[in-house]
Design a protein. Structure first.
Length: 476
């Protein structure tokens, strides 16, 4: 290969990486602007809403909260209490104990005075069988609660069991380790009630990190900033993703995922598409894509909504080992979903869903870590060949770093102007300083986990979920 050919290849890579970087940054800016406008409109519109009308009306749609639980003894009693404390008139709670090996079931039986009952399940969706059976409380104070003990089949299988048992029009699927605020159902059901020209098939909301927060009696008492840099960095990451990303995709009707931590679904459509896929580790994304595809192919107008209120708080990983395992699983789930529904991509038949949402997710989410790794390897090759234009390289890295910091600051500013959860003195300054550290504290491990996820997906045939060890949300 002669010198001119090498120069052409190097120039081609230069332009490809530069074009990708500009396109990525441009898309982030556009989404942030749309998100900002959408959030402002949401807050203005909802400042006049009397949620007490939804709370007190017996005409409010019925909702079943479905919470799978596997080895959640640290949190399960407290978090079930938070689910039972919701300020909504027409709802019930189904806890699906998915073959736990710890004492989760025993703790629930003792705390809520449960007794085994005879219950016939309408098996619309195939699931693993019951283990010890179905339980209801002898205490009238817990009449909304039902606990189902089944053989282990994974989170998706447990959710499908909940769909089989629920008798309501809507289902709220939530991780049992999450803390749900009292007005969560009132606010999340609102998009379904407001729908006129398009049917709302699902609604998602903001997920916040509860590590170090004070929780008593199933209620969030005090919001604290965690001491761990890893957890603090995840707070920034969540703010960027939820406040500067998903609000925009909601406006564009292009959401491909509702967090598995908390979302409300039209149960009829969820069952019609076959429920949750038990063969993927990304069941939360896959069911939304499948529901959207189903509605597109039926030719019906629909919408997947999203609201920015911080309604659900969850425990984030505080060790890099568990964090990497979690992000590895997220990567594999994304790959599985995009591959399974590849027919949608760049297909005019699916409108903006196929021409905008899918391509964006493929190019800027699915392929981003691979392109970044190739870029790093390419830079190493340039160093070895002594072909680095250092003034260009340094400028590129500095600009990328400054954009990352600025984007995080914009997310913090949006949080301060809207929901202002981190009110304690000094927290704001700490988070602003963290924006300078977060690219080094978090991003390298996200990249590593994503690459490992790709390797595991293509070369490790054994399906791994990954263990999320809990420390419990009641410890401040």
């Amino acid at each position: 290969m002669n010198t001119s050919t090498v120069d052409i290849i190097l120039h081609l890579f230069h332009y490809l990486f530069f074009t990708y970087a500009v396109a990525a940054i441009g898309s982030y800016i556009i989404l942030a602007i749309i998100s900002g406008k959408e959030t402002i409109e949401y807050l203005k519109k909802n400042s006049f809403v009397n949620y007490k009308d939804i709370l007190s009306s017996t005409m409010s749609p019925s909702i079943t909260i479905i919470a799978p639980a596997y080895n959640e003894s640290l949190n399960v009693v407290e978090n079930v209490r938070s689910l039972l404390s919701n300020h909504y008139v027409n709802y019930s709670v189904i806890i699906v104990n998915d073959g736990s090996k710890d004492d989760s079931l025993e703790k629930l039986i003792e705390a809520y005075d449960l007794e085994k009952i005879d219950y016939i399940i309408n098996e619309k969706l195939k699931t693993k069988p019951l283990r010890s059976g179905v339980y209801k409380s002898k205490n009238p104070a817990f009449e909304k609660l039902m606990v189902v003990d089944k053989e282990n089949g994974g989170k998706a299988d447990a959710l499908n069991m909940g769909l089989n048992i629920s008798t309501t029009e809507y289902v709220a699927c939530i991780d049992v380790d999450c803390l749900l605020l009292e007005d969560a159902l009132q606010k999340m059901i609102k998009p379904f009630l407001e729908a006129t020209d398009a049917k709302v098939i699902a609604t998602g909301g903001v997920i916040r990190i509860a590590n170090s927060c004070v929780i008593r009696g199933g209620k969030l008492i005090d919001v604290n900033l965690p001491k761990s840099l890893l957890v603090q960095s995840q707070i920034l990451e969540y703010l960027r993703a939820f406040l500067l990303g998903r609000m925009a995709w909601s406006r564009l009707n292009g959401l491909l995922v509702i967090s598995g931590a908390f979302g409300i679904f039209d149960k009829k459509i969820a069952i019609e598409v076959g429920g949750y896929d038990t063969e993927t580790v990304g069941e939360d994304m896959e069911i939304i894509v499948r529901m959207r595809r189903y509605m597109e192919e039926k030719g019906e107008k629909y919408k997947v909504s999203y609201i920015p209120d911080p309604l659900c708080w969850t425990e984030a990983p505080d060790s890099y080992k568990i964090f990497i395992s979690q992000r590895n699983r997220w990567t594999r789930g994304t790959i599985e979903t995009l591959k399974k529904h590849r027919k949608i991509g760049f297909n005019r038949k699916y409108g903006s869903f196929g021409l905008l949402s899918y391509p964006y997710w493929l190019i800027f989410e699915r392929l981003a870590p691979i392109i970044e790794l190739v870029g790093i390897l390419y830079f190493v090759v340039l160093v070895v060949l002594q072909q680095v234009r250092w003034e260009y390289a340094v400028s590129f890295f500095v600009l990328a770093y400054l954009f990352s910091v600025l984007f995080s600051i914009v997310a913090l500013y949006s949080e301060e102007l809207t929901f202002h959860q981190y009110k304690k003195k000094g927290n704001g300054y700490k988070l602003v300083l963290l924006t300078a550290l977060e690219p080094f504290v978090l991003h390298p491990f996200i990249l590593y986990a994503a690459i490992r996820g790709n390797i595991d997906y293509y070369f490790n045939k054994k399906k791994k979920w990954g263990v999320m060890q809990r420390k419990g949300l009641t410890s401040a």
